[in-house]
Design a protein. Structure first.
Length: 226
């Protein structure tokens, strides 16, 4: 009886999904996360529905990421790697973000790192749902669910997301920067125009500058509508 109920639930979800959520086309698959052995590939898509139902939009947003396995052949013998470092904190304080870890290469054949096991790993992490605030009104009013870069910081780790018109500041893992064309974090070398750019600011400095910018915008709005 329990199995029948589970099958019925799956059938109901599949029947409702097309009408509950409207999506844009899938982006191309990203490169495999490894240079040899077995890894992961990720692709994303945007939610197109403009429903005011926040619960529905948040449910739809969880269907915007697709991950599959990829395999690039056996890794050669002779690469010696250290243990993985702990996963970093989630890049978001609510909603969905990313977490990152790395390990050191101790030795490799002919000093080549291109054929050794992966030294970096990236995965998604999900926390509590985000709540709307003034930042949501400024950054997410009229925007579809998705990730967005700050126009004045084209080569920065910082970006933000809108899920159900709720704003959430996010930060790419170390070594990655937000690509405003692909709407996702990529390795810096994948953006030639950013490869020689250094932000020069700590995360705390960036957040302080963002808060100051927001206060200036709010003050201007108060003066305008006073």
């Amino acid at each position: 009886m329990r199995s029948f109920a589970f099958i019925l639930l799956l059938t109901t979800v599949k029947e409702l999904a097309p009408t509950e959520c409207a999506f844009g086309p899938w982006h191309h698959w990203a490169s495999c996360s490894v240079t040899c052995g077995r890894g992961k590939q990720l692709r994303t898509r945007k939610v197109l529905t403009r429903s005011e139902d926040l619960r529905k939009k948040r449910t739809c947003a969880f269907q915007t990421v697709d991950i599959r396995n990829c395999e690039l052949g056996e890794c050669p013998i002779g690469c010696d790697v250290a243990e993985w470092e702990p996963w970093t904190d989630c890049s978001a304080t609510c909603g969905r973000g990313t977490t990152y870890r790395k390990r050191a290469l101790l030795s490799s054949p002919a000093n080549s790192t291109s054929v050794c096991p992966p030294l970096e790993q990236l995965k998604t992490c999900k926390l509590r749902e985000c709540e709307a605030d003034n930042l949501s009104i400024i950054y997410c009013r009229g925007r579809m669910d998705g990730n967005y870069g700050y126009p004045d910081k084209p080569c920065s780790q910082m970006y933000y997301s809108c899920v159900g018109y709720v704003y959430q500041e996010r930060l790419c893992p170390p070594g990655l920067t937000f690509n405003m064309v692909k709407d996702r974090c990529v390795f810096l070398k994948e953006i030639p125009e950013c490869s020689s750019v250094s932000t020069g600011l700590s995360l705390r400095d960036k957040r302080n500058l963002l808060k100051i910018s927001i206060l200036v915008i709010l003050a201007a709005q108060l003066i305008l509508y006073a």
